[in-house]
Design a binder for this molecule. Structure first.
Ligand code: PMP
Length: 338
């Protein structure tokens, strides 16, 4: 059975020319061939894979729909998680659940299923799509409501789980390192919207990412209003100086990344000193090594920030050591699910 599957669109949604006639079709503004038309069939994304969980139902991608009245869509009102699957296991599952529930509480939203059920949903999606390596996107939206902001008009939160593949940066970038910039746009201050809240509202990050793209890069460092480094648009940041590892504290304004936590613990295990430190961008630019962490990005070296080369311009040995140790864990038979 389909949930919330949209009714079939009328013929007018078909790209012109697809009706078998050569006569030009009259189209309404916004209707007709779209630059991404090849992704769609009758206005609906094509494809049976992946099988997606949407509000209690497992449906093929092309039937995975939410209402246009969903407040996640209308207002970015909701929370999400990005989680890695390694060897068929859910990496740091417990910590992701913890963060998801904490974030839902921060926006006073009740997740309509239990944590155990949420984990089962993820396992069902992994199984339905035959995945051993991949990425899970969990979305909990405020749900279907009215056109006003009032969250009380959304009686039940919506839950979506997509298990698919992700390739955030090109594979060469992991060997070569990447070039990033320092964004001019500051990170939303904690008092306005705490970056610890992994909400569906990512425009602050997206606009900084657009700055990076304009400079031919894939990532940007975001500063707080005092000019200290917080994090990147979708990753946390670490530096290495004289063999010691530093990363900004939560108070700098950042998402407490689960990969960040994992790397901090890894440093302890490898007896590499690691401390929190407020840093200005110049301090990052003059570091011996810089690397980023994230569920999608994993661990990746930064070899240039703006016009400034980091260290010798290649992945440094501490970054490599941590990246190798990380890979060893995620390719082992004991991928941690705690
Ligand atoms: N900061 C931001 C803004 C993020 O969106 C993310 C997740 N992509 C991270 C940091 C890294 O967090 P995690 O390691 O939990 O994926």
């Amino acid at each position: 059975m389909k949930t919330k599957a949209a009714p079939r669109k009328p013929a007018a949604r078909k790209p012109s020319g697809s009706n078998g006639t050569s006569a030009p079709r009259k189209t309404r503004p916004g209707v007709g061939p779209h630059p991404t038309a090849h992704f769609f069939e009758n206005g609906i994304p094509k494809g049976d894979k992946p099988i997606v969980y949407v509000n209690g139902q497992m449906v093929p991608k092309k039937e995975a729909m939410v209402s246009v009245y969903d407040h996640g869509l209308l207002y970015g009102d909701g929370v999400f998680e990005g989680i890695r699957i390694y060897k068929g296991r859910i990496f740091k599952c417990g910590q992701h659940m913890e963060r998801l529930w904490r974030c839902a509480e921060m926006i006073r939203m009740t997740i309509p299923i239990s944590r155990d059920d949420m984990v089962q949903v993820m396992r069902d999606c992994i199984e339905a799509n035959n995945l051993t390596e991949g990425y899970i996107r969990l979305v909990v939206s405020r749900g279907y409501g009215t056109l006003g902001l009032d969250p009380r008009k959304c009686p039940v939160a919506g839950v979506i789980c997509i298990a698919d593949q992700i390739a955030l940066y090109p594979p060469e970038a992991y060997e070569r390192g990447m070039k990033i910039i320092v964004a001019k746009r500051p990170r939303t201050p904690i008092a306005c919207l705490d970056p610890r809240l992994k909400s569906l509202n990512y425009l602050n990050n997206i606009l900084a990412k657009v700055e990076a793209i304009d400079e031919g890069c894939d990532e940007a460092i975001m500063l707080n209003l005092d000019g200290y480094v917080g994090e990147c648009t979708g990753d946390n940041i670490f530096i290495i100086r004289d063999g010691k590892v530093y990363t900004p504290p939560t108070e700098a304004g950042l998402l407490e990344g689960i990969t960040r936590r994992f790397v901090i613990d890894l440093c302890k295990e490898l007896e590499i000193p690691c401390t929190f430190k407020n840093m200005k961008p110049e301090e990052v630019q003059s570091a011996d090594e810089v690397f980023l962490t994230g569920s999608a990005a994993e661990i990746i070296a930064v070899t240039q920030i703006g016009d400034i080369k980091i260290g010798s311009g290649v992945e440094g040995h501490v970054t490599k050591r941590l990246r190798t140790a990380f890979r060893k864990v995620v390719t082992s038979d004991h991928v941690p699910e705690d």
